[in-house]
Write a protein of this length. Structure first.
Length: 304
């Protein structure tokens, strides 16, 4: 049962990693698996078997979520941009109580407390997050990634950047990729690989693997090293860390609507779409809260 629950939670974390503006880390916090995930990654070399068994259902679920929604999300955004954005926003809002609890736990666990530091961290990261949203004012065209030497190096570093932000709750790796101009290129590579696999097109699979393998290696390295940093921050500066995370989460709804409107205009949104969007927002808030309760309550303040 625990395997199935973690698998389902992993699917939602994977979906979140595909959605620009939605943080896979935030989803992991919301569903109560962030600390488990972080500790398993950090302890992978020390306790490989235990860490592997912990990560297996979560990562398997993430792969299912990423591959499945690589097809679904572009279609939803193209046909229902407002309602889909509302649903994404609901998933984020539903995760806020978990983040606030973690902030409270971090505050109570610290010997040295500074409200001013927490406020400054919140304001600075809120400003940085908002600047990231409006950094790229132009709509991203769906660039095609080619397996050249230069592109392979670039996509490797894109994997490191994207995965590093995926580990941090409140930061959207897919949004960072969109700002840098590689989001649709990576999405298209995944879709083309799956299509080539479905038709047993070996050449097509190889072409996309030259893009996806360096990206995946970058992701693995980024996740491993940044998890060490986050574990340290949560252990020594928990409340300040979650103050920053809360700032990033607070900016996410704005980033979603802004970026989605860039790619898929919301002009002419009907009253029906608005009503459906509000209903979906409320439903997704409830879904996130429900999924969090499926797992045993756990603090996201690392004890490792």
């Amino acid at each position: 049962m625990n395997f199935l629950v973690d698998l389902i939670k992993g699917v939602f974390v994977g979906i979140a990693n595909v959605i620009p503006g939605v943080s896979g880390g935030t989803m992991a916090v919301s569903f109560g698996i962030y600390d488990k995930l972080l500790n398993a990654i950090s302890s992978l070399l020390k306790s490989f078997k235990k860490s592997f068994l912990t990560l297996l259902p979560i990562i398997l679920g993430m792969v299912i979520g990423i591959v499945g929604f690589t097809y679904i999300i572009p279609w939803l955004l193209a046909n229902f941009p407002f309602a889909t954005s509302c649903a994404f926003t609901g998933l984020i809002i539903g995760g806020i109580p978990a983040i606030l609890r973690s902030l409270k736990d971090g505050w109570q666990s610290e010997e040295k407390k500074s409200l001013l530091v927490n406020i400054l961290v919140f304001l600075i990261l809120l400003a940085v997050a908002m600047a990231m949203v409006f950094l790229n004012g132009d709509s991203e065209s769906g660039i095609a990634l080619t397996a050249s030497a230069g592109m392979i190096v670039k996509i490797f570093f894109m994997g490191i950047i994207a995965s590093a932000t995926m580990v941090i709750p409140g930061v959207s790796g897919s949004l960072v990729l969109m700002i840098l101009g590689y989001y649709f290129g990576v999405i298209n590579s995944v879709k083309q690989f799956v299509e080539a696999l479905r038709t047993l097109n070996l050449q097509g699979m190889l072409n996309q693997l030259f893009i996806l393998i360096p990206f995946a290696i970058g992701c693995v390295l980024g996740i491993f090293f940044i998890s060490k940093l986050i574990s340290y921050l949560l252990k020594h500066f928990a409340s300040a860390t979650f103050s920053g995370i809360f700032a990033l989460v607070a900016s996410s709804p704005i980033s979603i609507f802004y970026k989605v409107n860039q790619e898929y205009s919301m002009k002419g949104t009907s009253a029906t779409s608005i009503i459906v969007g509000v209903v979906l927002l409320v439903a997704c808030v409830a879904l996130t809260l429900f999924m969090e309760k499926l797992g045993a309550p756990e603090s996201t303040v690392s004890e490792s």
